[in-house]
Design a protein around this ligand. Structure first.
Ligand SMILES: Cc1ncc(COP(=O)(O)O)c(C=O)c1O
Length: 284
C-alpha cells in the first residue's frame, strides 16, 4: 500500500519515523479516521477542522491541515480503493526532538503521516445490534481532543471483547460519556438524547451528522446528560461513529438494559445515514 509521510508518497513498508518522535515518546499527537464510500470521503472538512482544533489546543506550530484532504483523496485513488469501502488514517505529531517534556524548538517540523486501507462495514452488528459493557471513565479531562493517547480506550475495548461485547461505554459519576470509539444516543419517549459536547467527550463527526439527521427527520432531540439509571429505562440505545456508523445496542451486559431487537428510531437514522453517504453501486 502507498502511504504518505511528510510530503512524500511511499510504500508503507518503507515508512520510518524517528525513535525521538514525540508521538512515540509522549503520545504527543492527534489522529483522524475518515470513511470513504466508493471513493467519496465522508465529512473530510469536519475531520480536518477537528484536527486543527486539537492542534491549537496542543499549541502545535502548525494548525492548518486542509492540505490533508487532497492527500486522503490521493491515497484512496493510488491504492485502488475508490470502488468500495475504505478508511483513511491521518496522524500528526509534534515531531522528532531529543526527549524532554518541554516543547521542541518552534522550527521543529510536525510529523505528518497518512495511510488508507480497505474497510469491512460491520453489517451484522448494524442489522442485529450489539452488546456493550459499562466501564469507569478513567481518562483525562480533555476527551474533546482526538489524541493518539488511547490507552484507556484500548483497555476498555479489550475488556468489552473479553466479556463478549462489541464496545465499552464509559461512565463517570453515574453519567454515560461515550464509547471507546463511538458516541452514544438513547431514546426516551421517542426523543433522542445524547450527552452534551463538553471536554468529557469527543465531538464526534457522526454524532453531529446524526443530530442533523434527527432534525431533518423531525425526531425530537436533546443534548443532555444520560445517567446510568436513565439508560436502564431507555427505549433504545445506539452507538454512532465513523466505523460503527449507527449501531443499535441490545444489551448492557453488566447492567440491566435489555432489548430483543433494534428500535424504530435507530432504523430511521440508519436509513437516513445511508442516504447521506451516497448511493451504493449495484452488487455492493
Ligand atoms: C472516544 C471517541 N468518541 C467518539 C468517536 C466517534 O467520532 P467520529 O464520529 O468522529 O468517528 C470516536 C471515534 O473514533 C472516539 O474515538
Amino acid at each position: 500500500m502507498i502511504a504518505y509521510l511528510n510530503g512524500r508518497y511511499l510504500d508503507k513498508d518503507e515508512v520510518s519515523v524517528s525513535p525521538d518522535d514525540r508521538g512515540f515518546l509522549f503520545a504527543d499527537g492527534l489522529y483522524e479516521v475518515i470513511r470513504s464510500y466508493e471513493g467519496r470521503l465522508f465529512e473530510t472538512m469536519a475531520h480536518l477542522d477537528r484536527m486543527s482544533y486539537g492542534a491549537r489546543a496542543l499549541r502545535f506550530q502548525r494548525t492548518d491541515f486542509g492540505f490533508l484532504g487532497a492527500v486522503a483523496e490521493t491515497l484512496i485513488a493510488r491504492n485502488g480503493l475508490a470502488g468500495g469501502d475504505a478508511t483513511v488514517y491521518l496522524q500528526v505529531t509534534r515531531g522528532a526532538a531529543p526527549r524532554t517534556h518541554r516543547f521542541p524548538p518552534r522550527e521543529t517540523p510536525l510529523t505528518v503521516f497518512a495511510s488508507a486501507r480497505f474497510f469491512t462495514p460491520h453489517a451484522a452488528e448494524m442489522e442485529h445490534g450489539v452488546d456493550v459493557i459499562l466501564v469507569p471513565d478513567l481518562r483525562w479531562a480533555r476527551c474533546d481532543l482526538k489524541t493518539i493517547g488511547l490507552l484507556p480506550n484500548v483497555l476498555a475495548h479489550q475488556e468489552a471483547m473479553d466479556a463478549g461485547a462489541s464496545e465499552a461505554l464509559f461512565e463517570r459519576g453515574g453519567v454515560l460519556t461515550e464509547g471507546t470509539h463511538s458516541n452514544v444516543f438513547a431514546v426516551f419517549g421517542g426523543e433522542a438524547v445524547t450527552p452534551p459536547r463538553t471536554n468529557a467527550i469527543l465531538g464526534g463527526i457522526t454524532r453531529s451528522v446524526v443530530l442533523d439527521l434527527c432534525r431533518e427527520l423531525e425526531i425530537p432531540v436533546r443534548e443532555e446528560a444520560i445517567t446510568v439509571e436513565q439508560a436502564r429505562r431507555a427505549e433504545e440505545i445506539m452507538i454512532v461513529g465513523t466505523t460503527v456508523e449507527v449501531t443499535p445496542v441490545l444489551r448492557i451486559l453488566n447492567d440491566s438494559f435489555r432489548r430483543t431487537e433494534p428500535g424504530p428510531v435507530v432504523r430511521r437514522l440508519q436509513a437516513a445515514l445511508r442516504e447521506r453517504v451516497g448511493p451504493r453501486s449495484a452488487g455492493s
